[in-house]
Design a protein around this ligand. Sequence first.
Ligand code: ATP
Ligand code: MG
Length: 401
Amino acid sequence: MKYDRILIRYGEMSTKGKNRNRFVVRLKRNIEKKLKSFSNIKIEYMRDRMYILLNGEPHEEILEQLKTVFGIQSFSLAMKCENDIELIKATALAAVQQLPYEGKTFKVSAKRVDKQFPLGSNDLNYEIGSHILRNTESLTVNVREPDINVRVEVRKDGTYVTCRDILGAGGLPIGTSGKAMLMLSGGIDSPVAGYLAMKRGLEIEAVHFFSPPFTSERAKQKVIDLVKKLTTFGGKMKLHIVPFTDIQQAIHRQVPDGYSLISARRMMLKITDLLRKKHNGLAIVTGESLGQVASQTLESMFVINEMTTTPILRPLVSMDKTEIIEIARKIDTHDISILPYEDCCTIFTPSAPKTRPKREKAAYYESFVDLMPLIDEAIANTETLIIDETFTTVDEFEELF
Ligand code: ATP
Ligand code: MG
C-alpha cells in the first residue's frame, strides 16, 4: 500500500461563496500548468479540496513544486481506502510507516464525515491508535504535541489518511483577481512587489523602461532574469521593454535638475498606464515604499500619481527595507537585483532631487517639452517578450551554435 494522491486544502478561498467554483477551476488550471511535466497525474476537485492522483509519478518532486502555487493553504500526501475498519487500520499503519522521517510520538485525529459509518470519531481514534501501537516498535501516543498526526477522514466516497501537512504558499490563485502591469526596475523592491501582487491572485505583465546606450544589454538581461524568477510563481509572463532614452534626454534638457526625476517618473507612469489600457489591465503595481527615497515621499507620490486615476497598488508601501530584502531572498530575486548594472534612473538621477515637489511646477516645466510624440514613439517601439522558466535571450541562443 503506497501513498497514491496529494490532498490540497484551499484555505482562504473557501470563504468566497458563489465565486468559489471560479477560484477552484483556476487553481486546478494553475496546478496543471505547474505540473505539466508529470503526464500521468490526474486532478479531481470538489468544493472544499482537491486531489492529485499520482498514478506512479514521484511525489516528493510534486510536493516541492506545489509550494509555489498561490491559493493552496496546505497539502498532504494521502492514501485512500474503502470505508471498512480493517482496511482503514491497515492504511493508517502503512501511512505512518512510509513517512520519510521517524517520529517518537503520534496521535490519531479521526473524523466521521459519513454519518452512516458505524464507528464514531472516538472509537476510530482508539481502534486505529491501538493498531499502530501494536504494529510499530518505538512509537508512543502523545495527544498534545505528537511528532506525527495521523488524520483519518471517513467520507461518503471513501476514507482518506494523511500524516503530514505541508504549508502552502497561501494567497489566491493567480488570475482570479484580474490583471495588472508591474513597473519592474532592476532593483530589489519591484520584483518583491510583483510577487506579493501575484500572491493576491493578480496576473502580472511587467513593464521595464530602458535607456540605451546609457543602460547596457546586461541591465536588460537582469530584468529578464528577474521576470524568470517570478515565473516560478505565475508561469509564463509578458515583459514590455520600453525605450526611454529620448524622453529622458528631453526631460534632462528642459526640466530643472530638481524636477527631472519626478518628471521622468510621471512619464513612466503615463506610458505604463497607456500600455495597461492596450493590454486590458485594471491596475498598476509598483515597488514604492513610503519615504524610502526622494521620489517616494508622499509629496512625490502625489505629484507622480497625477498622471492617472488607475488604481496604483503599492504592496511594499509600509515595509522597511530589511523586510523587503527578506522576501527578496526568499523568492531568490535578491542576488540578481544587487548586480551592479545601471538602470535608467540611476544615470539621470540629479544630485538633489526635490523631496517636496509641487504638481503645478512639474506640469509647468514639462509644458516646455513636446512629450506626447515621444511617448507615442516609445509605445510604438516597445518590445514585448514572453518569458518562461526556460527563456534564453537571442544572444545566448546564438552562442549555442
Ligand atoms: P526598486 O528597487 O524596485 O528599483 P527603488 O527603491 O529603486 O525601487 P525607485 O527607483 O524610486 O525605487 O523606483 C520606485 C518604483 O518605480 C520601482 O519600485 C518601480 O516600480 C518603478 N520603476 C523605477 N524605475 C523603473 C524602470 N526603469 N522601469 C520600470 N519601473 C521602474
Ligand atoms: Mg530602483
